[in-house]
Write a protein that binds this ligand. Structure first.
Ligand SMILES: NC(=O)c1ccc[n+]([C@@H]2O[C@H](COP(=O)([O-])OP(=O)(O)OC[C@H]3O[C@@H](n4cnc5c(N)ncnc54)[C@H](O)[C@@H]3O)[C@@H](O)[C@H]2O)c1
Length: 374
């Protein structure tokens, strides 16, 4: 199969959808890989590194016009819509339930669009979202430590303390993938860590994996209010699948936090879990409300593209290989998780939540593939 790797042109996006290591795997399986010139530059992968694997370097037109399978990281932006066409499978983060113009562009083009974020295993895990949560969780603890420093506007506290001086307190709200990874790094820095969770099963799991080194507490409005007044760093890491983040931290609670403490709202990409949160960018990541530094960057993994690119491609490559080796229809028939990723095919919307979000017609994937299996 001819596989194209497009250069990301969305502002502030430095990741690329395939590493040279991934390109070599695909070339060795007999596929024709065409990488847009400069596509890997933001993640420190040169054209020469791709060429050395047997991949070809091509222009933007060549990649988009010749690819049967096009790999990207972010959704196409408006200037890329004219490049969408039937006969091509696009595999990328799409998030189209919140993007009607893109949904319509995909439907009208006749392209097949497979979204990383809706690939879902039988046990309801989202394997192509998980690595970005790992990165964001780890970064959140680092950001907390960084903004606690006095010159950054923080309290002037070393999170880990030193011998004879108590460490800082980190409160993580939500003990999922982000929360676990934030806790691991905060513990590594020497902080005293509390995780507030709602799922007892999840807390049992965290108790075991973190060897009792964190306090695990049932999350409730009262408990959150109490915990955040004691905290030097609060990390918002909740998720209610398919819904906006609940506003667990009220304006009053933020007012009750210590002057110069740091609130890192990782859940900002779902609207944020505090009444005082609004999205920020890497160019201007923080703002202050009632003396509390708010760090609310909506695409945290973008700050560390080398790590994020490798973490993302580690998990996407097996699906890319399956689509390339078998064709989309057969790959989907063999793997229901991948089937969950198919959002649009042959002008029809095959992901129910997307159709519902835009009040457009939904067609079950099996109905479409029954007609036009690849
Ligand atoms: N800002 C970024 O760059 C970035 C990057 C990756 C993920 N995220 C976001 O981070 C958030 C967390 O993602 P995740 O992968 O860890 O999700 P996850 O599903 O693994 O974990 C969410 C956890 O929140 C818990 N929870 C739900 N309601 C709660 C409540 N009221 N109190 C305490 N805990 C509660 C759930 O039980 C679950 O364990 C999501 O909103 C995700 O979109 C943001």
């Amino acid at each position: 199969m001819r596989i194209g790797i497009a250069r990301e042109i969305k502002p502030q996006e430095y990741r690329v959808a395939l590493t040279p290591a991934g390109a070599l795997e695909l070339v060795q399986r007999g596929h024709d890989v065409v990488v847009e010139s400069g596509a890997g530059a933001g993640s420190q992968f040169t054209d020469e590194a791709y060429a050395a694997t047997g991949a070809r370097i091509g222009s933007v037109d060549e990649v988009w016009e010749s690819a049967e399978l096009l790999l990207k990281v972010k959704e196409p932006i408006a200037s890329e819509y004219p490049r969408l066409r039937s006969g091509m499978v696009l595999f990328t983060y799409l998030h189209i339930a919140a993007d009607e113009p893109l949904t319509r562009a995909l439907v009208e083009s006749g392209i097949t669009a497979v979204a990383y974020e809706t690939v879902e295993t039988d046990d309801r895990r989202l394997p192509l979202l998980a690595p970005m949560s790992e990165v964001a969780g780890r970064l959140a603890a680092q950001a907390g430590a960084h903004y606690l420093e006095k010159p950054k506007g923080g309290r002037g506290l070393l999170l880990g303390g030193v011998a004879g001086v108590a460490p800082g307190k980190v409160v993580v709200i939500g003990g999922g993938i982000v929360g676990y990874n934030a806790a691991v790094i905060a513990l590594g820095l020497g902080a005293q860590v509390t995780i507030l969770e709602r799922s007892v099963d999840r807390m049992r799991h965290l108790e075991e994996t973190l060897h009792g080194r964190v306090s695990l507490v049932m999350s409730s409005t009262l408990q959150i209010a109490e915990s955040v007044t004691e905290a030097d760093v609060v990390i918002g890491a909740v998720l209610i699948p398919g819904a906006l983040a609940p506003k667990l931290l009220t304006r009053e609670m933020v007012k009750g936090m210590k002057e110069g403490s740091v609130f890192c709202d990782v859940a900002i990409d779902q609207g944020g879990c505090a009444e005082t949160s609004h999205a920020t960018t890497h160019d201007d990541p923080v703002y202050e409300v009632d003396g509390v530094i708010h760090y609310c960057v909506a695409n945290m993994p973008g700050a560390v593209p080398i790590t994020s690119t490798k973490a993302l491609t580690n998990v996407t490559l097996p699906y890319v290989e399956a689509i390339a080796d078998f064709g989309l229809g057969a790959a989907v028939a063999r793997d229901r998780a991948l089937a969950g990723g198919v959002n649009v095919i042959d002008g029809r919307i095959t992901y129910e939540a997307v159709a519902e979000a835009h009040r457009l017609e939904y067609t079950p994937l099996d109905d479409v593939l029954g007609v036009s299996a690849v």
